[in-house]
Design a protein around this ligand. Structure first.
Ligand code: UD1
Ligand code: CA
Length: 489
């Protein structure tokens, strides 16, 4: 990483291709891993190099790609590629956008997302030290299928690159691949691109042909072979997309482990690159920590939990929960089996328990919604306990309304709060209440009619049924018991 601007470095990111092998309506470079589009990872890395220019070449679905790119990095220059296809044409058009630039041009692919800034800085350093016209990044891989092969002369120097589709059987057997990442001196690159043709299997202007042209002009070409081949993985199909996502996640999980998080099962823990975990967080298996989620020290999240754009406070516990845009306070507990929808704020020491759904609601300090409830558009004060089965009826078929529950309120089981409605501080409600009118502070609110037992109804109206027989047995046992009591009393 570097902070000072490298005035003699321009980065070109290729993102104009369709990505046919993805078989997708979405442009390939917008497919996501680790919570970011592929091209977003490349943009992040490019920014770490502090180049004078970042140029992103677009064509297929250009508006979608351009919008995503400038959304992530507003300072980049978007360059439109014309109808001439190929990576060579893409770079040629990018250079035309910076006609006076005469430094080093680092070319990256929007579909090679795992390259890190250190590897690239090393490549630029090697390039500058060797004074080569081109320095390319290569890797020796087990399965080179689909990549361009690096063809070396007998003395070991790089002679040219041949694409998979143009390769002879002998060339296809070469295990050293072109990672699609290069540093070029700008002026020979401009000259060579003007000479690249399209007579190849794909009818495209290949950037890779520049290597052979430079060599033929007697210029030096050098290749840096990466030690960790995983960084060069190119995403061309969905299988490679999943593989790149897994590799990135492994890297992210490891980073947080080294920062002090306990992550019990890296294979089933998925952490977006935009999420953060404090030291002494514990993440249990099958947990997704997504987007801008932050988890504070001492919190335990999982198992089986998804957090998207959430803030989890110190020492909170979140088990078997699904939460989006929710704030979970320090020492609060959530789950098992809870659904926190956007706008949920659970204050310190509060509880959202089992089979509870919340939305756009604040649950005050140390307040509890422990069981089987729906809490929507509600503000709950502190020290409140809602009985099992509390429902805030926030929607009257026309509009949404709020329920306001004060401090230290205890509600009976199975209450319905028909919004808009307010429950005053310290109030209590009876079991089964349907609260349609405001309850003043300190009141006991009962809405269920007093219970009335009609004695003998089953024997009178349902005679001959098993229930009537059971009732008759119970009555005669009761009568005998009463008789015996009278004898002894
Ligand atoms: C390319 C290289 C290959 C290398 C591989 C590494 C060429 C000719 N081949 O092959 O040697 O091993 O990358 O991953 O360069 N793009 C454009 N404009 C275009 C065509 C493509 O901007 O006209 C962009 C794509 O969006 C993509 C990148 O360039 O981000 C690479 O294109 P792709 O078609 O995937 O090239 P590969 O066949 O993988
Ligand atoms: Ca590719």
């Amino acid at each position: 990483m570097t902070d000072t601007l490298d005035a003699s470095l321009a980065v070109v990111i290729l993102a104009a291709g369709q990505g046919t092998r993805m078989r997708s309506a979405l442009p390939k470079v917008l497919h996501r891993i680790g919570g970011r589009p592929l091209v977003g990872h490349v943009l992040d890395t490019a920014r770490d190099l502090a180049p004078a220019h970042v140029l992103v070449v677009v064509r297929h679905e250009r508006d979608l790609v351009a919008e995503a790119v400038t959304g992530i990095s507003p300072e980049v220059v978007v360059v439109d590629q014309d109808e001439v296809p190929g990576t060579g044409r893409a770079v040629e058009m990018a250079l035309a956008a910076v006609p006076d630039f005469d430094g080093d041009v680092l070319v990256l692919s929007g579909d090679v997302p795992l390259l890190d800034a250190d590897t690239l800085l090393g490549l630029v350093r090697d390039h500058r030290a060797s004074h080569a016209a081109v320095t390319l990044l290569s890797a020796v891989v087990d399965d080179p299928t689909g990549y361009g092969r690096v063809i070396r002369a007998v003395d070991g120097t790089v002679e040219r690159i041949v694409e998979q589709k143009d390769a002879s059987a002998a060339e296809a057997a070469v295990p050293e691949i072109n990672a699609g990442v290069y540093v070029f001196q700008a002026s020979p690159l401009r000259a060579h691109l003007g000479r690249v043709g399209t007579t190849n299997a794909q009818g495209e202007k290949y950037l890779t042909d520049v290597v052979g042209l430079a060599r033929a002009d007697g210029l030096a070409v050098s290749a840096s072979v990466v030690a960790d081949v995983s960084v060069t993985l190119g995403v061309n199909d969905r299988a490679q997309l999943a593989e790149a996502g897994r590799l990135l996640n492994t890297r992210t999980v490891r980073r947080w482990q080294l920062e002090g998080a306990t992550i019990q099962d890296p294979a089933t823990t998925w952490i977006d690159v935009t999420a953060t975990l404090a030291p002494d967080v514990t993440v249990l298996p099958n947990t997704h920590v997504l987007r801008a989620t932050t988890v504070a020290s001492g919190a335990v999240i999982g198992p089986d939990t998804t957090l998207e754009d959430c803030e989890v406070g110190e020492n909170a516990t979140v088990r078997r929960a699904d939460a989006t845009l929710a704030v979970i306070g320090a020492g609060a507990t959530v789950g098992p089996f809870a659904y926190l929808r956007p706008g949920t704020v659970l204050k310190d020491g509060g509880k959202i328990g089992t089979f509870v759904e919340t939305k756009n609601s604040t649950i005050g300090e140390a307040s509890k919604v422990p069981h089987l409830s729906y809490i929507g558009d509600t503000t709950i004060g502190r020290g409140v306990n809602l009985g099992a089965g509390a429902i805030t009826a926030n929607y009257d078929d026309i509009a949404k309304h709020r329920t306001e529950i004060g401090d230290e309120v205890h509600s009976g089981s199975h209450n319905v709060f028909v919004a808009p409605v307010r429950i005053g501080d310290g109030a209590k409600t009876g079991a089964g209440a349907v609260i349609r009118k405001d309850v003043p502070p300190g009141a006991l609110s009962l809405s269920v009619a007093p219970q009335r037992n009609v004695e003998g109804w089953v024997e009178n109206h349902r005679s001959g049924t098993a229930a009537a027989d059971a009732a008759a047995r119970a009555r005669s046992a009761q009568e005998q018991g009463d008789g015996a009591q009278e004898e002894h009393g």
